[in-house]
Design a protein around this ligand. Sequence first.
Ligand SMILES: Nc1ncnc2c1ncn2[C@@H]1O[C@H](COP(=O)(O)OP(=O)(O)OP(=O)(O)O)[C@@H](O)[C@H]1O
Ligand SMILES: [Mg+2]
Length: 655
Amino acid sequence: MRNGEATTIQDVGENPWQSECDLFVLADPSGKIIALHSTMAKFPLDVAQDMLSHDLKQGNSTGWWYSGTRLYQVVLQPFYDDQPTNSNLSGTVIVGHGMDRSANELRRISSSQMAFRYGRDIVASTLPAFKEQDFARALQSGSSPEQINVDGQRFFASSVELASGPQPVNFIVLKSYDEALAYLARENQLLAGLGFLAVLTGAVLVFLISDKFTRPLASLDEGVHALEQGDFAYPLETNGTDEVAHVTRAFDRMRRTLKNNESQKQQLEDQLRKAQKMEAIGQLAGGVAHDFNNLLTVIKGHGDLMLDRLRPTDPLHGSAHQIEKAADRAASLTRQLLAFSRMQVLQPKVLDLNSLVAEMCSLLKRLVREDITFTFRAGESLGRVKADPGQIEQVIMNLTVNASDAMPAGGELIVETRNVSVDEAFAKTRLPVVPGEYVRLTVEDTGDGMDDATKARIFEPFFTTKELGKGTGLGLATVYGIVKQSGGWIWVESEPGEGARFEVYLPVVAEPEERLSPERITTAPTRRSEVVLIVEDEEAVRELAGEFMKSAGYTVLTARDGRDALAVAEHSDPPIRVLVTDIVMPHLRGPELAKRLKDLSPDLKIVYMSGYLEYNKADGEFLEEGFFLQKPFSRIALVSKVAEALNHEQLIARP
Ligand SMILES: Nc1ncnc2c1ncn2[C@@H]1O[C@H](COP(=O)(O)OP(=O)(O)OP(=O)(O)O)[C@@H](O)[C@H]1O
Ligand SMILES: [Mg+2]
């Protein structure tokens, strides 16, 4: 029947009710009804013919037919006798399903009321009969189709047109307003319950969010602000595994790194400030010491001359002696200042610190009192260092005397040597020591120790905490200068009441140890007559030196600077044997002058006089080629040095 097959039509024709249809109609090819059967009330043939003609004309395959008492939903199916071309129509089968008046089937599937309207009439509905009439009236009165009053009850109506035409078929669904209200009331209760649950859940969520995120975030935010103000220690909540905790931990790590960098920067700045301060004080002290040296040379020299010329019974002999003693004391102070300013003339040698300290041990033991235990711990396979042995002795002596001064009630003093390899990490704990291989000399005591304020100033010249007349405050300044001039570093650790530990780092050198030269050949001044040229820009010193040399029998020529000296040498006859020259002079420096004169006469002997090295210039040439005389010098020192130079020549000259 569905595809118009003859057999199917035949089956349906034999027992049309098997497919549960209420209306069965057959029409010939012209659309004329030739058979009509209805299981329900009678379906007038003329009415059916009208309906069919209408549907065929419209080309409908489905439609709604109304018998006058009942509404049918119908399906129209044409069939052909020349399948599959389907050009020769045999007829049309129409089957219909009748709506029961009270629309019981629909009531089963919906809680709403329903109605079918055919044209203007209600032809089937789930409403009781009296309400149906009322409903039909309400519809006909043209009241709003959405809201309809039926027997005092309000309905929401919704209509669907099932078929159009002169008699349209509409399907109307009615929903009771009161039922909807009751439903809404029920829904409201449910919604109120849900709302309460939502509020409760919200509160729990708010608590959780606040506990997990908001509070830690606020704390992180405050931590960031605190950091902006320079507070690196603001407490942060770093526990937990969520993202905020991760971020907080990362921030905490970043903060610690920043703090480290900050304190390192601070340390470096402090270090730089300290170094600059020491440098400035050094230059000042060096400048003063330089001028003093010349003055002292004159004072001491003339004192020497007076002592030489005055008889011991003369009342002025004692005064001259006092002048000389005071000048010696002043000279020793200037030497210490020069040492601090790193302007000392050093005579470095490759040394083994162990043998140097071992040789000093008996002296050191005498320096410390009996209530102090002295220990020397010699490091094994100690590396060699290059330094002036006399100066290093000075360092050890000064540190030892300080340590023993710091232990008025006795204690322990340990001097230790050892090889130390300073890496980056270790260097950071010993600022300003830089990484490298060192021999470390440690002088440690169990004395009074120092507070930070004292520690910050100990290397400054004239800084002392000792009572007036007890200390000059030059001990550690000298140590500092010597260590720095030797290319090393000094570091101190001390707390009040905890003793002090001084560490001196001297760079290791690869060269083999040099034998310390035996006592210098000091030749007693004998009367000689060789020609000596004295070059010195300070007139008083020049004249004094000339005086000294003349008193020893030498022929003396003088010049006030290098250029002048070249001119004098050119015209000298007999030739000059010894050149006694200052190092720092205008126009031509001492070493340069010596070189030029030596080119002219290779036998020339050179004696340099100087109180200091020109600042920051390690000028080693003269030490190898000449003799050195420290200013201020005495008469005997100058005459001995010149004689030593001449003797040296004889030693070499002898085969
Ligand atoms: N081992 C130490 N223990 C405690 N304080 C020390 C120690 N060494 C030095 N000091 C402090 O450093 C200051 C300076 O020392 P420094 O050697 O430069 O001068 P001084 O010992 O006071 O005088 P000087 O050495 O010129 O006679 C001392 O006055 C003392 O306060
Ligand atoms: Mg001292």
